[in-house]
Design a protein around this ligand. Structure first.
Ligand code: HEC
Length: 108
């Protein structure tokens, strides 16, 4: 009996793990982290005339840009983004990107 329960529990766990890997990032966690981005990019991720919209942006592309800001590969002359990304882990970036990718962007 115990073994059967254990197997079911393990299958459930594996399904959860597979599910989150497939999704790439955790949207709910990304939404929490996104509070720090809203000052500039806005609650809706649409930015303004000086700030690019990130709503609806492809998640993989967002991660690439965030990594490029962090590594200094993408120049950020006003240093707006450097402060925001320096403490982000790759998981944080994936979660943020997953969240912003779900937001509607009227221009895309
Ligand atoms: C202090 C203002 C500010 C904050 C806070 C900020 N950003 Fe930005 N972000 C900018 C500016 C300005 C740019 C454009 C920089 C450039 O191209 O030099 C930018 C660019 C980006 C880009 C690249 C967009 C593109 O079209 O290539 C992404 C992705 C991004 N930000 C995500 C985020 C995330 C995620 C956060 C929160 C962790 C965040 N930003 C916080 C101002 C900010």
């Amino acid at each position: 009996m115990l073994t059967k329960k254990l197997i079911i529990a393990m299958m459930f766990f594996l399904m959860l793990v597979a599910g989150s890997v497939q999704a790439g990032g955790d949207v709910a966690r990304g939404q929490e982290l996104a509070v720090d981005c809203a000052d500039c990019h806005g609650d809706d991720g649409l930015g303004d005339e000086d700030i690019p919209a990130i709503a609806g942006m492809d998640a993989a592309d967002q991660i690439k840009q965030l990594m490029a800001f962090k590594s200094g590969e993408r120049p950020d002359e006003e240093e707006n983004m450097v402060d925001s990304v320096e403490d982000l882990s790759e998981q944080d970036m994936a979660d943020l990107a997953a969240y912003f990718a779900t937001l509607p962007c009227p221009e895309k």
